[in-house]
Design a protein around this ligand. Sequence first.
Ligand code: AGP
Length: 616
Amino acid sequence: MCGIVGAVAERNVTAILLEGLKRLEYRGYDSAGVALFSNAGVLERRRRVGKVNELEQSLAGDPLAGRLGIAHVRWATHGAPTEQNAHPHFSNGELAVVHNGIIENHESLRERLQGLGYVFTSDTDTEVIAHLLHHKLRDIPDLAAALKATVKELHGAYGLAVISAKQPDRLVAARSGSPLVVGLGLGENFLASDQLALRQVTDRFMYLEEGDIAEIRRDSVQIWTAAGLPVEREVVQYREGAEAADKGEFRHFMLKEIHEQPKVVQRTLEGRLGQEQVLVQAFGPQAAELFAKVRNVQIVACGTSYHAGMVARYWLEGLAGIPCQVEVASEFRYRKVVVQPDTLFVSISQSGETADTLAALRNAKLRSPKEGGFLASLAICNVGISSLVRESDLTLLTQAGPEIGVASTKAFTTQLVALMLLTLSVGQVQGSLEPGVEAELVEELRRLPTRLGEALAMDSTVEKVAELFAEKSHTLFLGRGAQFPVAMEGALKLKEISYIHAEAYPAGELKHGPLALVDSDMPVVTVAPNNELLEKLKSNLQEVRARGGELIVFADEQAGLNDGTGTHVISMPHIVDALAPILYTIPLQLLSYYVAVLKGTDVDQPRNLAKSVTVE
Ligand code: AGP
């Protein structure tokens, strides 16, 4: 998704801006650009379709230099990914603007500004911001003050940064619905949509809050709230993640992140397990009192995080006896929802900035419990400073560390761990768990990092299996019970990074339609732990074999499934059934990774996708 970097310094900032853009590449984008207030006293810009590399090469051949600048990577929403539509956008050669988000009323603003004589050179919604600000500057000469007046007329979401040739000692910024962070240097200051972009120049940050306007000069930062009142934002020293922007010994970030799972699962459990119990206070001081009141759980999330929620439904209902509904945020946010009394709203998100999930949370908070609203909100999130965390009543942070690969891997397994902690906490407080279950699962959770390590040791076996997929165009993924969402996640991974069409079904649904697709060209991937559904699953697998379908089965070592013609069984270490969804995710991640490598796709930045979907 789009990314912003800005800098005001006494040195040339071109290299800082380019390095910042490179660090944002993981978010997914289709063009890149930079604008500088040049030493000749004018605004100059360079934009390129494609990777930051191409922008860098162009600048190497024909350099731009300046001590004030903004830069952007764009993921097209309004207007095709062309050079004309790439940011920064100019107004009258005097202003340059970069913008993340969507301006919903851009059409009416465009008409009005055209009526005032402004000429548009792009199809973007962003260009209206540049011209509207230019227009405001006629009556309000100060750049920050004019920006305050401008954003009052914008509907939608934005994180934006502006520089002006007439006030070249500052850059100004505004945040509403799209994150921005100020980086503090010595005699120089910076701005970015993600602190990772600025890690090479500083480790001190100020996070802008919703509605904030900022004026950033070399030696000062001034911030105003949406109401126009001056405000101080806390300075945060950022240490974590220094190693995250480095692939280390691995060929791709995705593979590195898959292999980090034992470590980050361990971290997610740290300080949250007692001798035989989950420590409920890990969810916050008021969690125990709140969990005692919970009669229902509503989970809302997108993509991989939604799949984690689907697994949690089996756990909350099966282990804790709490009714649970799960819905994708883009549907939930626009639905007239009937809320059962005492329902806990749980949002799950790696980034904590996903537009649909945030909007769903905001809608959920509109009504108090007395007005038929939710009891409270809980965020399961990987980013402690995210909007989702700030706006929720309770939080449990997954400790996955920064995830760079667009395809979510370690975020998913740590979400599952967090959701198991939630299940056991609610069950514990309500006394609804079967005797001994909590102590057994706490013990098994402690062993989980080792189990994940064992599954990762299957790396080269799975790499071989991947060869079966290299020439295929379609696949089916099957699972039963809590393994059905695992199959969904496996299918999502395969389609997003290898571009092979993959569908997931509960294995029992096969004969109600999808079986018609099965032939020798359709590999069928199945996850088969040793549980009470195993015999049923085996019958479903027979249905596939009888139609000539090739089976790839990740099966418990005690499942009694063996290799045979058209059947490839990959033996998995035994694990207690409740934690099987976490373990069986690992070979599916490895499978999609190795298929993508064989197909030669861009594993870490698959086409058309963005890491954090901050627009609708
Ligand atoms: C999956 O690999 C994707 N990264 C995607 O489905 C992702 O899970 C979704 O966009 C939600 O993101 P979030 O967890 O940051 O809210």
